[in-house]
Design a binder for this molecule. Sequence first.
Ligand SMILES: *Cc1c(COP(=O)(O)O)cnc(C)c1O
Length: 235
Amino acid sequence: MTTRSRRDQLRDNLNRTREDLADACADAGRTPDAVRLIVVTKTFPAADAAALVELGQTDLGENRDQEAAPKAAELAAAGLEPVWHFVGQLQRNKAKSVAAYAHWVHSVDRAPLANALSAAANAHGRNLNALIQVSLDGDTARGGTPVPELEALAAVIAAAPGLTLKGVMAVAPLGWEPAKAFALLTECSEAVQRVDPAAVEVSAGMSGDYRAAVRAGATMVRLGRNVLGEREPMA
Ligand SMILES: *Cc1c(COP(=O)(O)O)cnc(C)c1O
């Protein structure tokens, strides 16, 4: 059970985060509804995710299937059906599980994964919104497709049944100015839109750098700590 005080804390954090995001939009000359807030609930219990949905937060993000699948099931059993965004590195053998609950996958970064997600979405009779994760510095160990391979992957996803190509996603590389990272991501978005003009979504910005992302044109920000608090260090 979520204690009353945890719920109050989440409500306050969520309201403050929404105000800060609206403020970042105003600073950037954009309307607040131009940016979708995704609250990343990874490492936090299903009770927190449920409380957020009850507080009116419709978009939630997770980065590991082992954690996300049971959390999504627990919420569904309670009659809560947020829009789930899968934002983490994804192995092909997890595609079937992810395709059962996710509405968006932000981390499609190679053709075999796109094909596995396509097959899985079809098997479940569902459609997945796909974003291409871009490796802005070319270090693909942290996930993402290298910039020169973007358009080829976009073409694969655009042609894949069960997937809708929606745009691009990135994490600012360590040590990069966020503004530089997100400016490059804007160029990547333009490249993908040359393949599919409807693929206009840009998922960029985490708790530490979302203002720069909003200034650069992000349409989705992925915020965890700002709403839920600091995470326990990962083992
Ligand atoms: C954890 C995570 C986030 C949220 O990060 P915070 O710093 O908690 O806001 C965003 N995107 C991805 C891909 C993540 O793994």
